[in-house]
Ligand binder design. Structure first.
Ligand code: 3PG
Length: 415
């Protein structure tokens, strides 16, 4: 089914609501945006809509996390990147936001407040409903009556069934933005590739999501090797009976991750030979990096994968036909614990196969080390990218296809 694109849209002077994903790594204590890759990725679409009255809708993090914050700093950074004013209103669909939208002139851009400040965007009762029912939320009813079209450029959140992602296409003419189009085009190449081995690397802290995607990749025989690092690896180590130390068990517990050990154990029982775990780790000892084998871990905070693991993972990556990686291998914000994450990115840069990096953290490392050009494709999606590569249909993309089917006026499209 065709994906309706901006090539077929007539949006000059129209009020257009565009969902973008500028969820960025933020230093929680200072509020500093550590990487603006995701913002840059929307520039082409925003430029394409320079003749419209553009309203941007986005989220930052999730309720309960330290970096769940307003989008004020994002609007300033976007203004710098676009070299034009991006106005910001600390409201999503209330009177202040609607008044700002009404006042928009041709060529002006307005960024609304973090859409996840609205309960309708986050509660499971709404997210579990079909798009047509979600179109009855206040968020969608109020905003859709102030705009004439919807553009989804937020590939990174296309796997979520949230009103800002799936409900506007039910009530508005809707199109895929340039970024979404590019993501679908490039990831389809990987999805259709018959080359083996396909290696998937999972790091970072979103363990529940990672286990879910991993299971899909393994059960559908998409992944030949799965590399684990970061908090994902800690869970697998515990599942295999390794003592990771009190301090790390406590962190796992505080983050509510302990129940996931059972899921990891099941994955090991079924697909154990394909799942790689660290054999050594880097720990924080008196503020510095200390290495230890997983069989003899002292009770210190785990900060990175160890040197032997780095060498083994790097060689697996270098010899792969396809590599997709998401999430850092350790606390990469601290220089001496960035070793593992940097090594994985460097190995991907050396690999002759098709390499895809997803999520903001590894992309930031590739940019910092000047390796962006050596990676075949840098996706703005994390879980969205992995699910797409697992052959899953992403709700945010499916509703657009549906909208395209119903809009007889659409001619341009992407298969
Ligand atoms: C991401 O960072 O992967 C996207 O912005 C989606 O965020 P979420 O996992 O909090 O929905």
């Amino acid at each position: 089914m065709e994906l309706p694109t901006l090539d077929s849209a007539r949006l000059e002077n129209r009020r257009v609501l565009m969902r973008i994903d500028i969820n960025s790594p933020i230093e929680p204590s200072t509020g500093t945006i550590l990487d603006d890759t995701r913002m840059r990725s929307h520039i082409a679409t925003i430029d394409e809509l320079s003749g419209s009255r553009l309203v941007l809708l986005a989220h930052q993090s999730r309720p309960g996390l330290e970096d769940f914050t307003t989008l004020e700093a994002h609007s300033r950074r976007l203004s710098q990147l676009l070299n034009r004013d991006v106005r910001y209103v600390d409201d999503v669909f209330g009177r202040a936001a609607r008044e700002e939208i009404r006042r928009l002139r041709r060529g002006e851009v307005l960024l609304l407040e973090n859409v996840r400040f609205c309960s309708e965007e986050v509660v499971a009762e709404v997210r579990s409903k079909p798009p047509a029912a979600q179109a009855n939320t206040n968020l969608v009813r109020k905003l859709s009556s102030y705009v004439e079209a919807y553009v989804n450029d937020a590939f990174a959140v296309a796997h979520r069934t949230q009103p800002s992602v799936v409900a506007f296409p039910v009530v508005l003419p809707s199109y895929a933005g340039k970024l979404l189009e590019r993501e679908v085009e490039n990831l389809t190449k990987v999805l259709k590739s018959r080359e083996r081995p396909k290696v998937f690397s999972f790091g970072g802290a979103k363990v529940g999501d990672s286990l879910m995607v991993m299971e899909k990749l393994l059960s559908r025989d998409v992944a030949d090797v799965v590399l684990t690092s970061g908090m994902v690896a800690n869970i697998f180590l515990v599942a295999r009976g390794i003592d990771i130390g009190e301090v790390n068990l406590r962190v796992m517990d505080e983050k509510g991750l302990t129940p996931l050990v059972a899921h990891a154990r099941k994955l090991l029982e079924k697909y154990g030979e394909k799942i790689q775990m660290p054999t050594d780790l880097a720990l924080k000892k008196n503020g510095s990096r200390a290495e230890a084998g997983v069989e003899e871990l002292p009770d210190l905070m785990i900060m990175d994968i160890g040197i032997d693991t780095i060498a083994r993972y790097s060689s697996i990556i270098e010899n792969a036909a396809v590599v997709a990686a998401n999430g850092p291998a350790g606390v990469f914000e601290i220089r001496e614990f960035a070793l593992g994450s940097e090594a994985l990115v460097k190995a991907m840069a050396r690999c002759r196969g098709f390499t895809v990096i997803g999520g903001g953290h590894l992309a930031a490392i590739a940019a910092k080390r000047g390796l962006r050009d050596k990676i075949s494709f840098i996706s703005t999606g994390g879980k969205a990218m992995l699910l797409f590569l697992a052959g899953e249909k992403l709700p945010g993309i499916e509703v657009l296809r549906e909208a395209g089917k119903n809009d007889a006026g659409n001619s341009g499209g992407l298969g």
